[in-house]
Design a binder for this molecule. Structure first.
Ligand code: HSE
Length: 440
């Protein structure tokens, strides 16, 4: 059978890796897919870059629409990124009857409903393994490997940049701004790192996983998002003293009231495998009712790791594209007419536990006042750590840090209690609140 023909839009790092891996492993990939897979056309505004990536025999064009218009192309790989032109091109490729492979998490998290509906109507596949956690086959695991399960929760380190920064902050005791600069110098963080450090990239990925896990539409606008920019080195140190590490987690959880969907820094017990995922690595824990807890670990970014996921999608499509569209794996794991209307919960309804740090006046009765107020609110304390004033503010200091770990409480209740605590004259600085996830 003649090879399936692929057109590539965007000849950057991942595109280059895709060419390399396809070429290096072409014989094995062909034996697995049942026929050859060839990228025969590449579109990039930078023709010289595209020519270098593509090598001999591949047609290079500046206009992506030439690829989409080519009747010989069966699959279009979109590696442009963003919501702008990439969205137009993906929809045009679908309209032209092409299958699409994309690594574009932002596009799917925000416009996935429209894109999957268009693909469903046209009978083509949109594959996106590379969009979540790079080389880790987490989409495959959630959508197929765990298909017997009622998935209960997912918690993942799904942004390598922030995990690298947090690892460095902990290892070296440095503050966020210093480590960010170093991460940029080393190429771990982009010149504009906003999406990574503010948690947006992780929220895109969590949104996609949530939809697949619970059979709900992608709802990025309902995700609660907090990044790592406000994390202080001292909280990382205190957490460590209490037996925890701070990680930026993407969490989605099924509850009786609805689905939690949130990205924020969280204390994770140091003994959990997830707490020991260091540097730019990614890891996702999935808890299913039948299988229990499973863990997926690997590189969440980079040329060949991401290409590994892109090519897995190419192989899947090659195997399935002659199959009856109704019997393929549904885009979001559940058939479009069998989606759930479970609501995504507002953050105030989320129940979790908390790390609180209060800078207080080192006076008689302060601890009693603080704990009394929490008790009145029905918030149960798990542990308290009070540093010596001298250690916190230098010799003769009259201030100290009070660190409190709570048991599970409703976020809205904690918000109200913190507002009351903050108003106490003996609470001297804004209270630090970091959520705590035991991941049991
Ligand atoms: N910028 C992401 C990260 C990789 O740091 O993990 C692409 O989503």
């Amino acid at each position: 059978m003649k090879p399936i023909q692929v057109g590539l839009l965007g000849a950057g790092t991942v595109g280059s890796g895709t060419f390399k891996v396809l070429l290096r492993n072409q014989e094995e990939i062909k034996r697995r897919a049942g026929r050859g897979i060839e990228i025969t056309m590449v579109a990039d505004l930078d023709a010289a870059r595209a020519r270098e990536v593509a090598g001999e025999g591949v047609k290079v064009v500046g206009d992506a629409r030439e690829v989409i218009a080519n009747p010989d192309i069966d699959i279009v790989i979109e590696l442009i990124g963003g919501y702008g032109i990439a969205k137009q091109l993906v929809l045009e490729a679908i309209a032209a009857g092409k299958h699409v492979v994309t690594a574009n998490k932002a596009l799917l998290a925000v416009h996935g409903t429209e894109i999957f509906a268009a693909a469903h109507a046209k009978g083509v596949m949109v594959a996106f393994e590379a969009a979540v956690a790079g080389g880790i086959p987490i989409i495959k695991a959630l959508r197929e490997g765990l298909t017997a399960n009622s998935i209960q929760w997912i918690a993942g380190i799904i942004n390598g940049t922030t995990n690298f920064i947090l690892s460095e902050m902990r290892d070296k005791g440095l503050d966020f701004a210093t480590v960010l600069k170093e991460a940029q110098r080393l190429g771990y963080a982009e010149a504009d790192p906003t999406f990574d450090i503010e948690g947006v990239d992780a929220a895109h990925k969590a949104t996609i996983m949530s939809a697949i896990a619970f059979g709900i539409p992608v709802q990025f606008d309902k995700a609660h998002i907090e990044g790592i920019t406000k994390l202080a080195a001292q909280d990382i140190k205190y957490a460590e003293q209490l037996g925890y590490r701070i990680k930026l987690l993407g969490i989605t959880k099924r509850t009786a009231q609805g689905v939690e969907l949130r990205v924020h820094p969280a204390l994770v017990p140091s003994k959990r495998l997830l707490a020991n995922v260091e540097g730019a690595m990614n890891a996702v824990v999935v808890h299913g009712d039948a299988v229990g807890t499973t863990l997926y670990y690997g590189k969440g970014a980079g040329s060949e790791p991401t290409a590994s996921a892109v090519i897995a999608d190419l192989v899947d499509i090659t195997r399935l594209h002659t199959a009856d569209a109704a019997h393929r794996v549904p885009h979001l794991a559940f058939h479009p007419d069998a989606m759930s209307d479970l609501r995504v919960l507002p953050m105030a309804e989320v129940v979790t536990s908390y790390y609180l740090r209060l800078r207080v006046a080192d006076e008689a009765g302060v601890l009693a006042k603080v704990t009394g107020l929490l008790a009145n609110a029905g918030i149960s304390i798990d542990a308290v750590l009070q540093r010596e004033a001298d250690e916190v503010g230098g010799e003769g200091s009259t201030q100290t840090d009070l660190i409190i770990l709570t048991h599970d409480a409703r976020e809205g209740t904690v918000d109200d209690a913190l507002a009351e605590l903050q108003a106490l004259p003996t609470v001297l600085q804004p209270i630090v609140r970091i959520r705590k996830e035991e991941l049991k």
